[in-house]
Design a protein around this ligand. Structure first.
Ligand SMILES: [Zn+2]
Length: 143
């Protein structure tokens, strides 16, 4: 059993799809520069075989970040830690239409050409359990 350090206040991101933790860390760039972070990749997990875990001290997550976390790893669980105790634990839900969070990768997409338009993506699930994110404007599917 691998142990990673306890935090007193902050967030614990658990059940992250193995290898995706590094992408998730990029969602917290400014906080990363000046707080304690514990990042473990490919940890044994009874429910997932292997998973990543991230603990970040003295940060909070806003609803937009929660959605980005869920889109990167739908299995993620987020625990808010206060004074050494789990104050709340959640698995964010992914709505069928995601606005303003993702960016279309089609260089000809109108959302890139007209900056007043915020992005809109239809989110659904592939047969293999992966998320399918399709631009509502140009129908391009992003990874
Ligand atoms: Zn598009």
């Amino acid at each position: 059993m691998m142990r990673i350090e306890r935090i007193t206040n902050g967030i614990v991101l658990d059940h992250i799809k193995a290898g995706v933790g590094i992408e998730i860390l990029k969602l917290f760039p400014t906080e990363l520069l000046r707080t304690k972070i514990d990042y473990a990749s490919y940890v044994d997990s009874p429910s997932m075989h292997v998973k990543d875990i991230i603990k970040i001290e003295n940060v909070d997550v806003n609803p937009a970040t929660l959605l980005k976390l869920a889109l990167l790893s739908p299995s993620i669980t987020i625990s808010i830690i206060r004074n050494g105790h789990v104050q709340s634990k959640m698995t964010p839900e992914i709505p069928p239409l995601v606005e303003g969070v993702l960016t279309c990768t089609n260089p000809k997409c109108i959302t890139l050409l007209e900056s007043y338009l915020s992005s809109r993506f239809h989110v659904s699930w592939n047969a293999d359990g992966r998320i399918r994110k399709q631009c509502a404007y140009c129908e391009h599917i992003i990874r």
